[in-house]
Design a protein around this ligand. Structure first.
Ligand code: NAD
Length: 501
């Protein structure tokens, strides 16, 4: 067997090990084999990376906004050119099917396209003659070194929610990707260099909690964007805020899709299956709970179960596969354990994906699509974020009870309603305490020119990512009040509080 290659950091425009010696295995989830190792940074390594980003800030923050925009346009072309290569790197370490990985690259690319418009996005405002001979105007400046700490489930898209906007705004960036699928971040770093981004503006440091803590404690880090599970999001928000940094920390989710009695059942079932089992349920916007309303609930369960049984599960590189493995053996054990707990608590296993074996890939981390019916909100499988291909069906009598179920859940990332009634949809959209809502759209991920973010335990901080809120997060405003007297008029010192005249 060949020795697995080691994934290095990317600092000031080059791959480097710095002083790191600890490593973590990166698996090929389709085979279960260790594909390579990734370095895990120590605090001193993080200091070196942040220093590189800090040094680069002096030049990049003074680069004209039009020059920055040109580099973003070039980066956009290169990501589009290499989309397939990026998708393959994602599939090989995450496990998702190639078409899904390509979709992730595409959604990340859309944020780059949004950020290409940075000259427009950073435009300030100007008010003439706010007082006699006085004008007032505003503009926005970058913050400094910004950090992104990202999860395994979108190794390209989630970082791309952050760094195109941060860099466009004139900041430098340090990415700490998930140690489970670290390779896509290095491909993106190389593309930045090819696009002409000065060395040190974009850096990648691999690591675990040691690296994250060092980033949060660094005095040179001005802002932290985190996406991951809720307990870590909460603690990162607390620690970074206490250190005086700007922080947005997006957490986990339990997304409900409510199917009202007037919905088209086949349409709803198609979309429920896609949203529950796409990417093996490892999406923060996956539908993991269906709330079937009224007497038609049995038909909904039956229709989804039929589709669940038909999903073709296999390695992500195989074009015939619709769903790949989950990310690690530990993730598979956890998912299976949660399904077991649901069954023990009285849920009916309508479709059972436990124990699925894919011929030729017996050691891969596969779990088949699973549908649990008659789930109640006190069950562990409902309360926990399963993050696997498991759909729990909860019953409700009417739309108000369904809204109450959604609102009683501590998460508030996304939710959807299937209905043919505009009035019911409007009641739903106004009633739910959730950040992103789909109406007959199961995975309502906002476009890049809107902002992405949930409510409650799905986001700690005030600002959502990308779109206008992303620009606000990665820049800060100055307001200037200016007077240029045409002739020197001595009027004497007035100690009165200034008001307009
Ligand atoms: P995770 O919380 O385990 O890891 C996220 C990042 O934090 C990784 O870079 C990891 O190295 C780091 N990390 C892990 N443990 C840490 C610790 N103790 N201290 C400091 N840093 C630590 O999440 P994950 O398993 O990689 O990703 C799945 C989770 O991410 C799910 O909960 C999912 O809902 C969530 N997610 C949320 C969104 C969203 O937009 N809200 C998007 C994608 C994923």
């Amino acid at each position: 067997m060949s020795t697995p290659q080691t994934v290095q950091h990317w600092v000031a425009g080059a791959r480097t090990a710095l002083g790191s010696t600890r490593t973590s295995p990166v698996f090929d989830p389709a085979t279960g084999r260790t594909a390579r190792q990734v370095l895990l940074a120590e605090a001193a390594d993080v200091e070196a990376v942040v220093a590189a980003a800090h040094d680069a800030f002096a030049g990049w923050s003074q680069t004209s906004v039009t020059a920055r925009s040109k580099i973003l346009f070039a980066f956009r072309e290169l990501v589009a050119r290499d989309a397939q290569r990026l998708a393959e790197a994602i599939t090989d370490e995450h496990g998702k099917v190639l078409s899904d990985a390509l979709g992730e690259v595409q959604r990340g690319l859309e944020v780059v396209e949004f950020a290409c418009g940075v000259p427009h996005l950073l435009k300030g405002s100007y008010s003439d003659q706010v007082s006699q001979g006085v004008d007032s105007y505003s503009f926005r400046e970058p913050l400094g070194v910004c950090v992104g700490i990202t999860p395994f489930n979108f190794p390209a898209m989630v970082p791309m929610w952050m760094f195109p906007v941060a860099i466009a705004c004139g900041n430098t960036f340090v990415l700490k990707p998930s140690e489970r699928d670290p390779s896509a971040s290095l491909l993106l770093a190389e593309l930045w260099q090819e696009a002409g981004l000065p060395d040190g503006v974009f850096n990648v440091v691999h690591g675990d909690r040691v690296a994250v803590d060092a980033l949060l404690d660094s005095p040179w880090v001005a802002a932290v964007s985190f996406v991951g599970s809720t307990p870590i999001a909460r603690s990162i928000h607390e620690r970074a805020s206490a250190a005086g940094k700007r922080v947005q920390a997006l957490g986990g989710a339990k997304n409900h899709a409510v199917v009202l009695p007037d919905a088209d059942v086949d349409f709803a079932a198609d979309h429920l299956a896609a949203a529950a089992f796409g990417s093996a349920g490892e999406r923060c916007m996956a539908v993991s709970a269906a709330v079937a309303v009224g007497a038609g609930a049995d038909r909904v369960v039956e229709a989804v179960a039929q589709r669940a049984r038909a999903v073709r599960v296999g390695p992500g590189r195989d074009e015939a596969s619709e769903m790949g493995p989950v990310v690690t053996a530990a993730a598979r054990e956890r998912i299976v354990g949660l399904v077991d707990s649901g069954e023990r608590a009285g849920a009916r296993v309508a479709v059972d994906g436990r124990g699925l074996v894919v011929p030729g890939h017996e050691d891969g981390f596969f779990v088949g699509p699973t549908v649990l019916d008659a789930v109640t909100t006190d069950m562990e499988v409902y309360r926990e974020e399963v993050f696997g291909p498991v759909l729990s069906v909860v019953r409700a009598d009417d739309v108000d009870e369904a809204i109450a179920v959604v609102n009683a859940n501590p998460y508030g990332n996304g939710t959807a309603v299937f209905t043919s009634s505009g009035a019911a949809a409007r009641r739903f959209q106004r009633g739910v305490h959730v950040g992103m809502i789909g109406i007959n759209v199961p995975v309502p991920v906002p476009m890049a020119f809107y902002s992405f973010g949930g409510w409650k335990d799905s986001l700690f901080g005030d600002t959502h990512v990308h779109g206008p809120e992303g620009v606000a997060f990665y820049s800060r405003a100055k307001v200037v009040t200016s007077r240029w007297p045409e002739t020197r008029q001595a009027s004497g010192a007035s100690l009165q509080f200034p008001t307009s005249s």
